[in-house]
Design a protein around this ligand. Structure first.
Ligand code: CMC
Length: 392
């Protein structure tokens, strides 16, 4: 094994060809199907961007209407699946609830699990896009002990999700257009990011010809980790901790630099971006506006801005090319919208779903795809004889 080197973490290994998302990490460029993320964030909608990622082109008006109405027809959960939520402990984290419910979709739609039947893949795609917001809202309702709301299909996907999350059956829910627009934009910004940990998981699981629900459920579990999607929750917890310790940003940065107790500056650094994450640049701008518009200026935002300023001038971060990533400012916006910290990663999952689906479909259709099966360098014992219990 002397001359063989590992690529632990796949820093340098391409596992597929993909026509979906382009990233230039040095230049801070992100494009979906060739369209710059800045233009999509400003001009597109989450449903339109989902179509773009999955089918490869911007939809015509008729295509978008058809796609939207197909999603609308599938927002309900089977009543038996709804009961599923009752079995979880009240204090369950919503991410494993989400992945369990998505995994359970395989049991309800056994007629559409064949990855090689385009019609079955299509209906599974629509079901997932339609049902994940309902599942996410129910995971939240369960955690706060409130009644579940049926979807209202006169509303858009994002409006429906917000109403099912924050509304009550007994009274009308006043949708705040500022919040709807901001959430829609955040979902667009999360919609795909090429071969990140959760997407690679979706592809790897799917490479064994596991169905779309099973593969996406695995992706949700990968996203749960604090080094990936769980970072948005970890950022807010970090900011609160700094606030509770008297708001001393310099002291916190010192700890990070000395790698004390493994403390990291959460929401900083990225495997691919060695420049400002273009998503973070958009989110930083909106965070300020949104918090102002929602009338929820937050002292945590001031801590975050100070933290960013200190880090961007410090040699530790500069020499390692550590910049704010997508997760650095999102939590502040979610908090202002009224989401508890534990729901943040669920919102990331809602956004990433079209990317997972697009990547899974590309993988299934690619004749070059083989079952994912890395090799290893064995470093254990050489052959030895079994020792009887009495002689150990
Ligand atoms: N705070 C302090 N030091 C850091 C950080 C950080 N956030 N990120 C990287 N470093 C240091 C790391 O300790 C290493 O230092 P040294 O050279 O002295 O050993 C150097 O920078 C290189 O880091 P790495 O761990 O080899 O980089 P990676 O590409 O393996 O990890 C990462 C990328 C995103 C996991 C990492 O930067 C990190 O843990 N960041 C904090 C968690 C986070 O914000 N994750 C969200 C990522 S973006 C959205 C998503 O994927 O969900």
């Amino acid at each position: 094994t002397g001359n063989v080197t590992l690529d632990s973490g796949f820093v340098n290994t391409a596992s597929c060809r993909s026509a979906i998302t382009y990233i230039d990490g040095d230049a801070g460029i992100l494009r979906y199907r060739g369209y710059p993320i800045e233009q999509l964030a400003e001009k597109s909608t989450f449903v339109e961007t989902s179509f773009l990622l999955i089918y490869g082109h911007l939809p015509s008006a008729a295509e978008l209407e058809d796609f939207t109405s197909r999603i609308r027809r599938h927002t309900l959960l089977h009543e038996d699946l709804k009961r599923f939520f009752e079995g979880f402990p009240r204090d369950a984290h919503p991410m494993p609830v989400l992945s369990s419910a998505v995994s359970a979709l395989s049991t309800f739609y056994q007629d559409s699990l064949n990855p090689f039947d385009p019609e079955q893949v299509e209906i599974s795609t629509v079901r997932l896009l339609a049902k994940l917001p309902t599942i996410a809202a129910y995971a939240y309702k369960k955690s706060v002990g409130q009644p579940f709301l049926y979807p209202d299909n006169s509303l858009s996907l994002v409006e429906n999700y917000l109403r099912m999350t924050f509304g009550f059956p007994a009274e009308p829910y006043d949708l705040d257009p500022v919040m709807v627009k901001a959430l829609d934009q955040l979902l667009i910004l999360h919609a795909d990011h090429e071969q990140n940990c959760s997407t690679s998981t979706v592809r790897l699981v799917g490479s064994s010809h596991a169905n779309l629900f099973a593969s996406v459920s695995a992706g949700i579990n990968a996203l749960f980790g604090p080094l990936h999607g769980g970072a948005n929750q970890a950022v807010l917890e970090m900011l609160e901790q700094i606030r509770d310790n008297g708001g001393n940003v310099d002291e916190f940065v010192r700890k990070v630099k000395n790698k004390e107790d493994g403390v990291k500056l959460m929401g900083f650094g990225h495997r691919v971006y060695k420049n400002y994450d273009p998503r973070a640049a958009i989110i930083k701008k909106t965070a300020d506006e949104i918090l102002e518009k929602l009338g929820k200026r937050d002292e945590l935002l001031d801590i975050a801005m100070k933290l960013e300023q200190v880090a961007l001038e410090d040699d530790y971060f500069v020499s390692r090319k550590l910049y704010p990533n997508v997760d650095f400012y999102t939590g502040l916006i979610y908090k202002a919208m009224g989401f508890p910290t534990r729901m943040f990663t669920v919102l990331f999952a809602l956004g990433r779903l079209p990317g997972w689906i697009a990547q899974w479909r590309e993988m299934i259709e690619d004749p070059e795809t083989k079952i994912g099966r890395p090799r290893q360098l064995y470093i254990g014992e050489t052959a030895r004889d079994y020792v009887a219990m009495t002689q150990r």
